[in-house]
Design a protein around this ligand. Structure first.
Ligand SMILES: Cc1cc2nc3c(=O)[nH]c(=O)nc-3n(C[C@H](O)[C@H](O)[C@H](O)COP(=O)(O)O)c2cc1C
Length: 225
């Protein structure tokens, strides 16, 4: 697959088929993704991968605690800065409206929204769930490197005919995850990721999030016109 097609066809998939993914495929993706650049080549990423009975065990824990939605244990970091500024807040809201509209959940239907949000913690039924963590001593440059690694994973997944959804929502279950995954205290989980074959018939997978036009975020100087 051409890299342009991988970028264009990636979207956040929120409904998956149960088709299992071989361990070899996931290993291949994660290994190839480690060609992602990082400042000083420090490669500050750590990944935990769950499938099969281990993933089922985590889902069971989550299901037994659905009454704690949406806060669960509280986030370990702010997913958005407090008082998210414009134009960012409007973009965030628009994506949310489109997501809930796609499944017919209205703004007033709080239970419906929680139900959909709770599906994050089932990895949207994906056969593979990943967690990306980073040493707590790392700074913003290394968090940015981790983001590059995560995007490389998602683009490589497209090359294998797979879809993915990065999931910050998991920070709200950080305590449970540190114990379940045996993650040492010097690491912080940034996000989870659902990985698998998209259920293309699911309404939640039928919309695409909009983007700001190029000239709103890029400035060009010095080119011959
Ligand atoms: C680091 C990161 C964390 C995200 N966390 C979640 C999440 O917890 N749940 C979710 O459904 N989508 C999550 N998303 C998906 C974003 O909402 C999505 O990327 C954005 O709306 C753009 O849509 P697109 O990915 O379909 O192009 C996350 C994306 C990123 C990059």
């Amino acid at each position: 697959m051409d890299v342009r097609d991988a970028v264009a066809s990636r979207y956040s998939c929120r409904a998956f088929l149960p088709t299992p993914i071989p361990e070899k495929t996931v290993r291949n993706i994660l290994e190839r993704a480690s060609r992602a650049p990082s400042g000083g080549n420090v490669q500050p990423w750590r990944v935990h991968v769950l499938a099969g009975s281990r993933l089922d065990a985590l889902r069971d824990i989550v299901r037994s605690r659905f009454d704690e939605l949406p806060r669960f244990e509280g986030g370990e970091y702010d997913i958005y800065p407090p008082g998210l500024k414009e134009p960012y807040e409007s973009r965030r809201q628009r994506a949310g409206v489109m997501l809930y509209q796609s499944i017919g959940v209205t703004r007033e239907d709080r239970a419906g929204r929680y139900r959909q949000y709770g599906r994050n913690y089932l990895f949207y039924d994906a056969p593979v769930g990943l967690f990306f963590s980073i040493d707590r001593s790392m700074g913003r440059p290394q968090w940015s490197d981790l983001g590059g690694y995560i995007q490389t994973v998602m683009l490589l997944a497209r090359g294998y005919g797979l879809d993915a959804c990065a999931q910050e929502a998991w920070t709200h279950l950080h305590k449970t995850l540190y114990s379940f995954l045996n993650i040492p205290p010097e690491y912080i989980i940034f996000c989870g990721m659902a990985l698998g074959h998209a259920d293309r018939t699911a309404p939640i997978n039928t919309w695409r999030s909009p983007r700001a036009p190029l000239d709103e975020f890029a400035t060009f100087e010095g080119f011959d016109s």
